[in-house]
Design a protein around this ligand. Structure first.
Ligand SMILES: NC(=O)c1ccc[n+]([C@@H]2O[C@H](COP(=O)([O-])OP(=O)(O)OC[C@H]3O[C@@H](n4cnc5c(N)ncnc54)[C@H](O)[C@@H]3O)[C@@H](O)[C@H]2O)c1
Length: 442
């Protein structure tokens, strides 16, 4: 089919490349012309394993990139994948989405039929508003929220747990046929479950899923604080809980809390949706508060150990919000660096992902006139990063840390102290090398 994708960020680019690999004819449109120029040359502007290979295979064949909305005129199905960041007051900012819709309106042909599918995470009622925008056009609106995980995005595209489709009319068999039997045919063939429902339910499935996962993390983080006090081990608590299939072990890793491009803004936007409907969001608000406090709790551990942080130097290992991505949005590592610098600390930062290091360099140098640029250096080598530091702080849940040469690291640091904000290291092994080890709840 002829498919359009508006917004070629983490979600849109994966969607465009993935659908091209299903042999659809895909046009990816973005207002960021520098991104489009890279994409036209088969260069991925973002780091995602395997993405550039599939991109190169299809680009300029059945996958075209352009900043020109006019190319969307001859498509059948158009996916909206623009950002919906957090507004000042915590709501989802829908200006990119509505701008995209207005741009689209200018080029679509009133005599043609189109299906407009929202993949962006949008509050309940947004797709009905989109329908209003396209009044007078022959347009069907669909909500098809995205569940991919950055760092595993291409894998998740090909192996979804479910496909959620919200229709204006749940019984619309023609629409179902196009989406299930044509657009997403390979998923149907793999027996991926399709959840077909109304627009509002589909919109809410996305927010409820993210808020639930965030709640699981906040729950175990709260338990971790108690573990610290009573000599219990939160890793074992989580293991013992997680073996119960009603609970499950995923998202029960205690640490410095959740960040990233989705959980923080989606939890806040869901809180707003409750408030707008005059319901007190007791549990979800608590989830958010626990998360806010978790970083402070970790910082207190560092301060309690050193007493005075002034003029200390730390290696912060982990800049992106999670492993295998370059995305710094709401990264706990970056937030911690900023908090440390406010306390007159010097930071040497490292991330395994080169683009994450590049992004961090530009993020901090943009702030050069503030205090940041002068007190943070981002290094390309982990061993250089730990040289002569007063302590190592791990901020990203990356198992690669366990394969490092910790004997060598022990010989490079000034003081053998580790604050493991993700409980990722083997405490016994690390302590056997003479390190003082501080995790969260262990
Ligand atoms: N990143 C994730 O892991 C993830 C997962 C699931 C859902 N989502 C949701 O998907 C949406 C997109 O997220 P993302 O991380 O891909 O965002 P992103 O910021 O990486 O990408 C958004 C893209 O849209 C482009 N854009 C903005 N306005 C435009 C317009 N008017 N016309 C064309 N292009 C425009 C931007 O230039 C950018 O390239 C959000 O609603 C997000 O919550 C993201």
């Amino acid at each position: 089919m002829k498919v359009g994708v508006i917004g070629t960020g983490y979600v849109g680019l994966i969607q465009a490349v993935g659908l091209a690999s299903f042999n659809h004819e895909v046009i990816g449109v973005d207002i960021d012309t520098s991104k489009i120029e890279k994409l036209k040359r088969g260069i991925s502007p973002l780091h995602e394993e395997g993405l550039e290979e599939v991109l190169k295979k299809h680009v300029n064949k059945n996958l075209i990139f352009s900043a020109d909305y006019n190319l969307l005129k001859n498509t059948d199905v158009i996916f909206l994948c623009v950002g919906t960041p957090q507004d000042k007051d915590g709501k989802a900012n829908l200006s990119f989405l509505f701008d995209a819709a207005e741009n689209l309106k200018r080029v679509l042909d009133k005599k043609e039929e189109y299906i407009i599918v929202t993949k962006s995470t949008v509050p309940v009622g947004t797709n009905r508003k989109l329908k209003e925008i396209f009044k007078g056009f022959n347009v069907k609106v669909v909500s098809n929220p995205e569940f991919l995980r950055e760092g595993k995005a291409l894998y998740d595209f090909y192996n979804p747990d479910r496909i959620v489709l919200g229709f204006e009319n749940e019984k619309d068999e023609k629409l179902k046929d196009i989406l299930v039997n044509s657009i997403y045919k390979p998923f149907k063939e793999k027996n991926v479950p399709f959840v077909i429902t109304n627009l509002e339910t589909a919109e809410l499935i996305k927010y409820a899923s993210n808020a639930f996962l965030a709640t699981k993390i906040s729950f175990i983080n709260e338990i971790a604080k108690l573990c610290d006090k009573v000599n219990a081990n939160v890793k074992k608590v989580a293991e013992g809980m997680g073996l119960d299939p009603r609970i499950g072990k995923a998202f029960l890793n205690a640490g410095i809390g959740w960040g990233g491009s989705c959980f923080p803004k989606d939890v806040k936007a869901l809180i707003k949706q409750f408030e707008e409907n005059n319901i007190e969001p007791i549990l979800i608000k608590a989830t958010d508060i626990v998360n806010e406090k978790q970083l402070e709790y970790f910082l207190e551990k560092i301060e309690n150990y050193y007493k005075d942080l002034k003029e200390r130097t730390f290696a912060v290992l982990g800049l992106a919000f999670k492993p295998n991505t370059d995305d710094l949005r709401e990264s706990r590592g970056i937030k911690l660096i900023e908090k440390l610098i406010e306390k007159k600390v010097k930071v040497k930062g490292f991330d395994y992902v080169e683009k994450a290091r590049e992004n961090a360099r530009s993020y901090f140098s943009l702030k050069e006139n503030l205090i940041y640029g002068y007190n943070v250096v981002i290094l390309d080598d982990l061993y250089e990063t730990v040289k002569k530091v007063d302590g190592i702080i791990i901020t990203v849940e990356d198992d690669k840390f366990n394969s490092e040469n910790w004997q060598k690291i022990a010989s490079l640091v000034k003081e053998k102290v580790i604050f493991d904000g993700r409980n990722i290291l083997n405490k016994e092994n690390i302590e056997s090398l003479g390190f003082k080890y501080f995790g969260v709840g262990i």
